[in-house]
Every structure is written in C-alpha cells, then in structure tokens.
Design a protein around this ligand. Structure first.
Ligand SMILES: NC(=O)c1ccc[n+]([C@@H]2O[C@H](COP(=O)([O-])OP(=O)(O)OC[C@H]3O[C@@H](n4cnc5c(N)ncnc54)[C@H](O)[C@@H]3O)[C@@H](O)[C@H]2O)c1
Length: 440
C-alpha cells in the first residue's frame, strides 16, 4: 500500500520504518528540513535500538522515502498517518495546532479516497475536528478518519510496533477498518487482537493506558515513602504484592518518578479534558502531585546529607535520559535533580551512554560530562543514580570507592543491595529502604 506518515519523530519514524519493513511503500514527511536532509543521508535523529539498520535497509530498497513535500506525499498516498507532536499547552491541555495544520494540508490535497489515521495522542473528539477541517478544505474525494493510538515504548519501540500486545482501531467505517486490518495483520501473527471500537473510545483508550501506568508508578512511590517513615523495606513489600496475579510486577518499581514525553503530558491533558467536561479528577491529580514530589525528595535527601556543605562540591550523576535505552530527555527527572544540586551551590559531572548530546541543549553552565561512568565520579563528593541503565547495575565498587572523594551514593532506582553497600563502606540512600550510614 502507499502510505504517508506525517511527523517523523519517535513515533512517525518507527511506525513508518516498520510499515515499510512489512512491504508497504512509505513516504515519511516532516516540516523539519534538517531532519529530512539528515535522514536521506542515513543519519537518524534519535537513539532507538535497532532503528538505524532498519531505516538504512528499507531506504536502500526504495520502500522508505523521506520528504518535506507534504502536498505531494499526501496526494500520492492511500493512507495517511498523522504522527506529529501534541505537546502540552500552557494550561496543561494538548496543543493540537500541528494536528490541525496537517488536517488542513490533507484537505487541500485530497485527490482521491484516503484513510486518515490519527496516531498522535489526542483528546477525545479530535478525530471529529480533523474530519471537519478536511471536509471544509477539500473540494473532491471522500475520506475516513480513523483513530489508531500508539502504545510503543521508547527504547523498545521497534519490538512494540512489530509485536504489539494489541492494536486499537477506532473506525466508524467498515471500509477503513478492513484496510487498517490488512496493514496490521503482519504484526499480529501471534494472534494478539486487533480491537475495533468507535473513534472516541480509541482516543480515550490511549489516555486511560498512560494514566493507569502513571498511577502504578505514583502508587508504588507513595508506598515507598510510607516505608521510609515506618521502617519497612519497599523491595520486600513489592515482592510481597507483585506475586499476586491481580497486581503483578510491571511498573511497580519505586524511583524518582516518571518522566518522558508521554506520561506527564498525557495525564495532565486527561485532567484538562475531564475538567472541560465538568468532571473533577481526584486520582489523576494525586498521581501528578506524588510524581512531582518524588523528584524533589531526592533533592531533599541530598540537601539533608550535606547540609550547607554542598557549596562548591562536585556531585556525579549517572543517567540523564528519562529512562534507559533512549536519549529522550523530555520531562526527565534528571533535569530537576541537577537543577536542585546546582541551586544548592554544588557542581555536577554527569554521564549517560546516549543522552549527553541532548543534555547539552538543556544545561549551559555548571555541568560537565564524563567520558564514562568512572570518569564522571572522579573526585566527586557523591554519586546520584537517576536512570537505571544496565551498565550501572554492576559497577566495580572498589574502583568507585577509590574515585569518590566521599563514598556516598544516592540511588534513585534501588540498583544495589543496602547490606552490600554497608560492607563496602558507602553511605547509601535509596528509595523506600532505610538509609545506610557506614561512616557513623
Ligand atoms: N514518543 C513516544 O514514545 C510516543 C508513544 C506513543 C504515542 N506518542 C504520541 O505520538 C505523537 C508524536 O510523538 P513523538 O514523540 O514522535 O513526537 P516528536 O516531537 O518526536 O515528533 C513530532 C514530529 O512532527 C513534526 N511536525 C510538527 N508539526 C508538523 C507539521 N505541521 N507537519 C509535519 N510535521 C510536523 C516535527 O518536526 C517532529 O519531527 C504525540 O502525540 C505523542 O504523544 C508518543
């Protein structure tokens, strides 16, 4: 099929590439000239495991093209995926200007029957507005607007797209649904379902999924905070509840809170949708509040350890990306934690396997970067672990102890065993577990 994907970001590039990999002719269109120029040369704008090879192969074989000519790409396509950003507006609602701009372009170039697939995360009712805009702009041709929310995780996006747990399609028209089924059948050969529903329910499903996952994270963080107060161990509690099949282990890891380009903005946007439809969300407001505080708790922990003595001290930070296996730093907890250290007069040397280039766009002063994890801790008065990259899980503790001026670790991801840290002589702070004071 001839497919056009508009918006070549994390979602659009992965979706477009995977759709080309399954044999479709895909044109990826974006207004970002530099991005498209680089993609044509094989330069991938994001870090996503396995993506570079897949883009290169499909590009070489002619199934995957990149263009800034949206008009032409739309006219040539039978199916158009909208995958542009829907960032938060000032009031927390989703900024839909890019989606509507694309809808207008589609309307202006509607030369035959086309299926317009909304893959961006958009509030309930956006499909109706997209439909209205296209109708208002177009002179010929008919079309269907379908909602097809994306559930991929950055860091495992290709696998998620190629082997989705489920595909959600919100389609009123049978014709459009049958075509969508054809597109997705190669990806659900394991019998995972393609679930058809109405468009509004599909739009809502995406927000419900992200809100549920965010709720689980804030829930376990709240449990961890209570554990700290009452002298219980969140790891034991987590195991104690996780084996209950009604609860499970996924997304029940305490830490420094969720970040990224989806959970914070999507929970906020759903709160705004509810408010504008005269419903007061209580659970979701609490989820957001717990999450905000969770980052600040790490800063408070650092403050109470050093008191006023942090001024001028170097603190190492391991992990900048909002989660491992991505370079995405949107809403990353590392930002607030580093800002907190800098505000207290500390200096920072950070290390992240892939996100340092992104970090350099965010922090201009007060921070330097290590060549590797050990380089970052050399001469530091403490180490803060923010992202649970695999390479931080089993460091050489003897080397770490030697390199640190003061053997203090603030572990925002509970990577290490407190008893081991005590034996090794570290002061060790983690989340939801009693602090270890090895040095009296
Ligand atoms: N990142 C994720 O993991 C993820 C997962 C599921 C859903 N989503 C949703 O998918 C959507 C896209 O997210 P993303 O992370 O890929 O965003 P992104 O910011 O990485 O990419 C968006 C792209 O759209 C382009 N764009 C903006 N306006 C445009 C226009 N008028 N015409 C053409 N291109 C335009 C931008 O240049 C950019 O390349 C969002 O709604 C997001 O919530 C994201």
């Amino acid at each position: 099929m001839n497919i056009c994907v508009i918006g070549v970001g994390y979602v659009g590039l992965v979706a477009g590439t995977c759709l080309a990999e399954s044999g479709n002719d895909v044109s990826c269109a974006d207004i970002d000239k530099k991005k498209i120029f680089n993609l044509k040369k094989g330069k991938i704008p994001i870090y996503e495991p396995g993506l570079e090879e897949l883009v290169a192969r499909n590009h070489k074989e002619g199934r995957l093209k990149f263009t800034t000519d949206l008009d032409h790409a739309i006219r040539e396509a039978e199916i158009i995926f909208i995958a542009v950003g829907t960032p938060p507006a000032a009031d927390g609602s989703a900024d839909l200007s890019a989606v509507f701009a694309v809808a207008k372009k589609i309307g202006q170039n509607l030369n035959s029957y086309k299926i317009i697939v909304d893959k961006s995360t958009v509030p309930v009712g956006t499909g109706d507005r997209v439909e209205q805009i296209i109708k208002a702009e177009s002179r010929a041709g008919n079309f269907d607007v379908v909602s097809n929310p994306e559930f991929m995780k950055e860091g495992a996006a290709i696998d998620d797209f190629m082997k989705p747990d489920r595909v959600v399609i919100g389609a009123g028209s049978d014709r459009a649904f049958e075509v969508m089924k054809l597109i997705y059948e190669p990806f659900v050969r394991n019998e995972n379902p393609i679930i058809r529903m109405d468009r509004r329910s599909a739009e809502m499903t995406k927000y419900a999924a992200n809100s549920m996952l965010a709720t689980k994270i804030s829930f376990i963080n709240e449990m961890a905070n209570i554990c700290e107060q009452v002298g219980a161990d969140i790891d034991a509690v987590r195991r104690g509840i996780g084996f209950d099949r009604r609860i499970g282990f996924q997304f029940l890891f305490p830490g420094v809170g969720y970040g990224g380009s989806c959970f914070p903005k999507d929970v906020d946007a759903l709160v705004r949708t509810a408010v504008s439809n005269r419903y007061e969300t209580r659970v979701l407001k609490a989820v957001t509040a717990v999450n905000r505080d969770q980052r600040l708790r790490m800063v408070s922990r650092i403050r109470s350890h050093y008191g006023k003595n942090l001024k001028g001290k170097l603190i190492a930070v391991w992990g900048l990306a909002f989660k491992p296996n991505t370079d995405d730093m949107r809403e990353a907890p590392s930002i607030e934690i580093i800002e907190g250290i800098l505000e207290m007069g500390g200096k920072v040397c950070a290390y992240d396997p892939v996100a340092m280039a992104q970090a350099k766009n965010i922090f201009k002063t007060g921070i330097k970067y290590g060549k590797n994890p050990y380089d970052a801790v050399a001469g530091a008065s403490g180490l803060v672990i923010v992202t649970e990259w695999n390479e931080f899980r089993r460091p050489n503790f003897t080397r770490l102890r030697e390199l640190l001026k003061e053997p203090v670790i603030f572990d925002g991801r509970n990577l290490y065993e407190p008893n081991l840290m005590k034996t090794l002589g570290f002061d060790y702070y983690s989340v939801g577990r009693s602090p270890i004071k090895s040095r009296g």
